[in-house]
Design a protein around this ligand. Structure first.
Ligand SMILES: [Zn+2]
Ligand SMILES: [Zn+2]
Length: 255
């Protein structure tokens, strides 16, 4: 089997004790690639370092809506500088989070739009984090002249109607551990309707651990549980699902 974890945070301090073993277990479980995602400047830099150290790890650099309030004046130049590294595939994770509202919404929007424009300038896809902000997201994508941008809606938990709009814009839809949760029938219904050629899988580790390890720290090796759930929803084998999501990730990120 061959799988790609399209969204991991293995630079997180919760992996400081055993990062090497976690990476080794990912390899043993058939992961051919891991994309490590930044959420602020520091974690973006750590993602680039991991990509430099491990052949099968790639990086995305970006500022999460939670961290939008803390960006320094030159953050776009810093992200641009980091993105010169060949293994930086994407700008992310970026977006809007009106559930936690850890940054003021106007700041979230400003930082999001600035990074979308950076992605457009650099011709890179984006990794979108979106929670309870679907209307503003669609408005931004419509009016700011950002149509050429593609990317992935990470850990998607919205409605099928919004998913359809995202698919029409050319976005891929990625699912994580919650698709395996008992109470996530709505997420499974949406996942079942996303065309196979637009699906991605991820862990978002160390968060969102899938069943049967729910409650423990998540890691890239567990992406197989997400893939198994999606294969069951699609009525195909895990092998077929894996082939598709690998092809999709390679196409989107140009690897
Ligand atoms: Zn996220
Ligand atoms: Zn994340």
């Amino acid at each position: 089997m061959n799988l790609i974890d399209s969204h991991a945070h293995i630079d997180d301090e919760r992996f400081d004790e055993d990062r090497e073993q976690v990476i080794e277990r990912a390899r043993q479980n058939g992961l051919s690639k891991i994309i490590n995602i930044g959420h602020d400047l520091e974690s973006s830099r750590r993602s680039v370092q991991l990509a430099e150290k491990y052949r099968f790890i790639y990086a995305a650099v970006g500022v999460h809506p939670h961290d939008a309030k803390d960006v320094p004046g030159d953050y776009l130049e810093q992200l641009k500088e980091m993105s010169r590294q060949d293994k930086v595939l994407s700008i992310g994770e970026i977006g809007l989070d009106y559930y936690y509202d850890l940054s003021p919404r106007e700041v979230q929007k400003k930082v999001f739009i600035e990074q979308l424009n950076l992605a457009k300038e650099l011709n890179l896809p984006v990794v979108i984090h979106l929670r309870d902000a679907y209307g503003d997201f669609l408005d931004i994508m419509r009016v700011e002249g950002l149509e050429p941008i593609t990317g992935v809606m990470h850990c998607y938990s919205g409605s099928w109607e919004v998913a359809k709009e995202c698919l029409n814009m050319g976005f891929y839809i990625s699912f994580a551990g919650p698709v395996t949760f008992k109470n996530a029938q709505k997420v499974r219904e949406v996942a079942a309707r996303v065309p196979l050629e637009r699906l991605l899988v991820e862990t978002d580790c160390p968060y969102l651990t899938p069943v049967p390890h729910r409650g423990k720290r998540n890691e890239p090796a567990y992406v197989k549980y997400v893939a198994e759930q999606l294969a069951a929803l699609k009525g195909i084998t895990l092998e077929e699902l894996s082939q598709s999501v690998c092809r999709n990730a390679e196409k989107l990120f140009g690897i």
